[in-house]
Each structure stands twice: as structure tokens, then as C-alpha cells.
Design a protein around this ligand. Structure first.
Ligand code: KE4
Length: 426
């Protein structure tokens, strides 16, 4: 009997390209039929065939307090009862802007948008308007959303298609983007030596999560900050994923690096479309209606999305929140590593805050090239075997994983036991 997932997928493919509304959901990288979810609660999601999974995707990051947290759902219901959108300022937007600036001291001013793509696209335009320069630097394997200039050797879904640059991006636009190697401080120094005064911005995931999880080297971050300061380039830290995931102050708080602009998303919307960018006042004041850099959005600051974000950001500030998440993520990576070692499987794992990376390689990778040399087929086999065991990992070897405040020690133990059973059969 055809599964309901399969039926939905067959029908969806007739009218939605690839049957999905975002490519990475299509399971193209891992193979098989994508899951259609119908319900989430805490650490769990249920697919169209009513099968339950322990969820380590968390909607790609937002569900840090777990699915359908009662306080978040109530906040959304209360806000929706007052109005679904006005296209005008609301007090809630001031409240979340104030909260973001309080939590992240690098935010002197902030503007709300509806997606991470909007946030990074605008941050780039702002940096170009502020500096009067056009060139930007990004790093191979980092993904910053799908605006033209950033879809050059991108990570995440773009990696799974093996087409590092997207078609439809004019060569003239891609030519303004210089792509360097993540964690290569020497390469960055060389680029700035060659054309430092042409560079409008460097944009980076300060903890990379779109080529699997790759941690930054200290000298890489320091070189970036110092070179941007020296040459008057804007340092944009894209914390859409790492923000509120590495810790309350994101990767930049964890590593102590001061950005000129930060982009945020995911967790700050609690699963609804709310994102933001912000930073130095002198740069942000270039934005319309104050300045000449235009940006706009019908749904920016939507009151229902902001309510979900405010409720989530309130919960993540509870004492011990991140200590517990860090400990749960570490329990998971250590448990999986021990299980693989017991059965002689070449495997490694690491975590930072509530994010983790799993690698079918003996050593934890520190660069895009090392990630690409991991055994992708082994990951794909593991992914599907874990699905069978009721564990939902990201459907790609090029994504970080996430734990939430709802994951219990029993969930982690069940996940490790599932992996042990799978590895024993390899
Ligand atoms: P969105 O436009 O998808 O809200 O955000 C783009 C973005 C920007 N910056 C970083 C660091 C990101 O990770 C993302 C989006 N992340 C992917 C998952 N790796 C979203 C999932 C998807 O594309 O469906």
C-alpha cells in the first residue's frame, strides 16, 4: 500500500517544482521520498503516516524550545486575535528590537525583515552603499540565502545539487563576489593585499552550519576583523543559523569578535517568518527612510511572527537554558562517537552550544575540502537507517543538526541506541 507520504509527494510534484517549497527538503542528496510532517510537539514530529521521529532538524534551527511550546503557541494565538498584520509600526516591533539590542550589544540599531535571505541581501546592499564599493568576499560552503550575489559556491541546498553556483545569476553579478576558503587566514590576507580597498564587505558564518558544522579557527576570525578594520570593509557576521544557537549571544559572543553588521533569523522568529539585520549606527543610518540605501517589506515586523519570536527569546533567557542544551548536544555526539568506535566505523562528531555535526570520517573536518572528503554514501545509509529507527536527522550530509530544550536524556539515549544497533549491522 502506497504510504501517505508517497501519495502527497506524487501529487505535490505535479504542481510544485520538485514537490517541495525549498530544495533541501527534497531528499535529493540522501535519496528516497521526503517526509510530509503533520504535527510537532516538543522534541518530536509525526509524518503523514503517523510515524513519530525524534527531530534533530528543528525546522532548520528555529525550534530551540521544542515544537508547539505552549507559551509560544499562546503568544501567537493572542497576537492573531488582535490582528494578523497592519503594514504599520506596532509596539511589539519596538519590544523585540529593544530585546535584540539588549541581548546583542553590537546591535546599535536593527531592522526586521521576513527571512534570512532578506537580511543578508540587505546587509550586503547596505555595506556597498556605506562604503561606495562593490566587491564582496564570502567563503566556499557558506550559505547566506539565495540572493544573486551570494549564490556563488554556496552551501546547504546548493551543495546537494553539486552546482556550486546557481544558473540565472548573471556573470556580471557573480564577478563581484570573491570566494575564498573558510578558515584560510592567509588567503584572506592575500585577497586584502591585492584589492583590499575595493572590498565593501566580508560576509561569513562565524560558525559554519551549511557545509555541515565547521568551527572557525581563532586566527581566521581575528584576521577577518583586523583586515576589515584596516581597509574600511564592513564585517558582516551571518548569524541567521548560529544566532541564539551557539549561545545567547551567538557565535560572535562565544568567540568575542565584534561585527559591523549581524544578520539574524530562525530562532528569533520561533518558526514564523521573522529575521533581522543590524549593527553600527553609522551604517544603519544609511537605510531608507533616513538614508539612500533602500530596503522594504510588506510583512516586515509582522505582529504574529514577532509574538512567536518574543515568546521564544523570553524562554531562551531562562537561567541554565544554554548550559543544558550544550550538555545534551555533547551527550549526543559523544554517545554516537562511542557507538561508532565500538563497531569500528570511521566516524567523528562535534558540538557547539545546541548545534552538532556528524561526519563519516575519522577526524572532525575543519574546512570545506575536508567536509567534501567525508563518506557521503555512508551518511546517506545512516540517515535512512535512523529514519527507520524513528530518528530524523537533516536530509543532507551538508547540514548541521540541532537539539532543543525539549530533548530529554531518554531521547538522546534512544538516539544513541539506534545508532549502535545500525552500526552493529554494518
Ligand atoms: P532563509 O532565507 O532560508 O530564512 O535564510 C537563509 C540563510 C541565511 N544564512 C544562513 C547562515 C542560513 O543557514 C540560512 C538558511 N539555512 C538553510 C538551512 N541550512 C535553510 C533551509 C532551506 O534552505 O530550506
Amino acid at each position: 500500500m502506497t504510504s501517505h507520504n508517497q501519495q502527497l509527494f506524487d501529487e505535490s510534484q505535479k504542481i510544485i517544482p520538485g514537490g517541495v517549497n525549498s530544495p533541501v527538503r527534497a531528499f535529493r542528496s540522501v535519496g528516497g521520498t521526503p517526509l510530509f510532517f503533520k504535527r510537532g510537539k516538543g522534541a518530536y514530529v509525526w509524518d503523514a503516516d503517523d510515524k513519530r521521529y525524534i527531530d534533530y532538524v528543528n525546522s532548520w534551527g528555529p525550534m530551540i524550545v521544542g515544537h508547539c511550546h505552549p507559551e509560544v503557541v499562546k503568544a501567537v494565538q493572542d497576537a492573531a486575535a488582535e490582528g494578523l498584520g497592519f503594514g504599520a509600526p506596532t509596539a511589539a516591533e519596538l519590544e523585540i528590537a529593544g530585546l535584540l539590542c539588549k541581548i546583542l550589544p553590537s546591535l546599535e540599531m536593527v531592522r526586521l525583515v521576513s527571512s534570512g535571505t532578506e537580511a543578508t541581501m540587505t546587509a550586503i546592499r547596505l555595506a556597498r552603499g556605506f562604503t561606495g564599493r562593490s566587491r564582496i568576499i564570502k567563503f566556499e560552503g557558506c550559505y547566506h540565502g539565495h540572493s544573486d550575489g551570494l549564490l556563488v559556491k554556496a552551501g546547504s541546498g546548493a551543495l546537494t545539487f553539486g552546482q556550486p553556483s546557481s544558473s540565472g545569476v548573471p556573470a556580471e553579478i557573480a564577478a563581484l563576489t570573491t570566494v575564498l576558503d573558510y578558515n584560510d587566514a592567509a588567503g584572506l590576507e592575500k585577497a586584502f593585499a591585492e584589492f583590499g580597498n575595493e572590498i565593501a564587505a566580508v560576509i561569513v558564518e562565524p560558525v559554519a552550519g551549511n557545509m555541515n558544522l565547521i568551527l572557525p579557527k581563532r586566527e581566521f576570525l581575528d584576521a577577518m576583523r583586523n583586515l576589515c578594520t584596516k581597509h574600511g570593509a564592513v564585517l558582516i557576521l551571518d548569524e541567521v543559523m548560529s544566532g541564539f544557537r551557539v549561545g545567547l549571544q551567538g557565535a560572535h559572543g562565544h568567540y568575542g569578535i565584534k561585527p559591523d553588521l549581524i544578520t539574524l533569523g530562525k530562532v528569533m522568529g520561533g518558526g514564523l517568518p521573522a529575521a533581522a539585520f543590524g549593527g553600527r549606527r553609522d551604517i544603519m543610518q544609511c537605510l531608507a527612510p533616513l538614508g539612500a540605501v533602500y530596503q522594504a517589506g510588506t510583512l516586515s515586523g509582522n505582529p504574529v511572527a514577532v509574538a512567536a519570536g518574543l515568546a521564544t527569546l523570553k524562554l531562551v533567557q531562562e537561567p541554565g537554558f544554554y548550559q543544558r542544551l550544550t550538555q545534551v548536544a555533547r551527550q549526543m555526539t559523544e554517545g554516537l562517537t562511542a557507538a561508532a568506535r565500538k563497531h569500528g566505523i570511521p566516524f567523528s562528531a562535534q558540538s557547539i552550544g545546541s548545534m552538532f555535526g556528524l561526519y563519516f570520517s575519522k577526524e572532525v573536518p575543519t574546512s570545506y575540502a575536508e567536509v567534501m572528503s567525508c563518506d557521503k554514501e555512508a551518511f546517506n545509509r545512516f540517515f535512512h537507517a535512523m529514519l527507520e529507527e524513528g530518528v530524523y536527522l537533516a536530509p543532507s550530509a551538508f547540514e548541521a543538526g540541532f537539539v532543543s530544550a525539549a530533548h530529554t536524556d531518554a531521547d538522546i539515549a534512544a538516539t544513541v541506541a539506534a545508532a549502535d544497533k545500525i552500526f552493529a549491522s554494518w
